[in-house]
Design a protein around this ligand. Structure first.
Ligand code: ATP
Ligand code: MG
Length: 223
């Protein structure tokens, strides 16, 4: 089942019509359970594509369907619920709150979601941080902090994780470790993962690679 469908998306930030759109008549479809890598030069529109897919950014024209329903037909409250309960985000910087323990970081995130799925304890177990959950972010390595932010992203019953250069701040070995974790979550929980990366070596963990160039899909390969 297609979870994300983009139809002829055009997206500009600058209202200047002479400027090239960031996404230019882009169409794609992502199925439930895929692990998609998105690559492309800096400025090719990767982050914008993630924001458009998740409904964080509006498009100029074209249509975005999430879970088989056009985003334009969701009420604003439903769109917020969707982003809160069904979609998780992971970024290059871990965005953990420094004066809260790892457990409390997840607890805070859990307050706002309608948690019917993975509990804080289950999420911490899955990302392998049960033993250090009472430590503060600064007491953990970068890789462990990213594990914590992934734990936070999977709380509840998330269907899709969007990750924007999740290993951009980590050394190579730790990057492989984080990719292994994504792969495990993808396979064990069936969560769809859409990940932007600059590191070609990490693409072997994905099932599909989409290459962006100038706001268009240059290549889309399934493995
Ligand atoms: N909020 C914004 N306002 C105006 N222009 C923007 C905004 N966000 C991105 N852009 C522009 O849109 C283009 C695509 O940006 P985007 O961040 O999507 O690229 P990217 O592929 O993620 O690049 P990088 O690899 O550097 O992260 C760039 O030219 C950028 O300057
Ligand atoms: Mg980017």
């Amino acid at each position: 089942m297609a979870q994300i469908i983009l139809k002829n998306i055009k997206k500009t930030y600058d209202p200047d019509v002479l400027k090239k759109p960031v996404l230019n008549q882009l169409s794609l479809s992502i199925e439930a359970g895929e692990f998609v890598g998105i690559v492309g030069p800096s400025g090719s529109g990767k982050t914008t594509l993630l924001y458009v897919m998740s409904g964080l950014e509006k498009v100029d024209s074209g249509e975005v369907l999430l879970f088989n329903k056009p985003l334009s037909t969701y009420l604003e409250s439903d769109r917020a619920m969707l982003r809160r309960d069904l979609i998780g985000f992971v970024f290059q910087f871990f965005n953990l709150i420094p004066n809260l323990s790892i457990y409390d970081n997840l607890k805070l995130a859990n307050v706002i979601i309608k948690n019917k799925g993975l509990t804080i304890e289950e999420a911490l177990n899955l990302v392998g941080l049960k033993d250090v959950m009472h430590k503060y972010p600064s007491e953990l390595s970068g890789g462990m902090q990213q594990r914590a932010s992934i734990g936070r992203a999977i709380l509840g019953e998330k269907k899709i994780i969007f990750a924007d250069e999740p290993t951009g701040n980590l050394d190579y070995q730790t990057s492989l470790d984080i990719m292994g974790l994504f792969k495990e979550l993808n396979q064990k929980l069936g969560i769809t993962i859409v990940m932007v990366t600059h590191n070609e070596a990490l693409l072997s963990y994905t099932n599909r690679v989409i290459r962006l160039l100038d706001g268009k899909i240059e290549k889309d390969e399934k493995r």
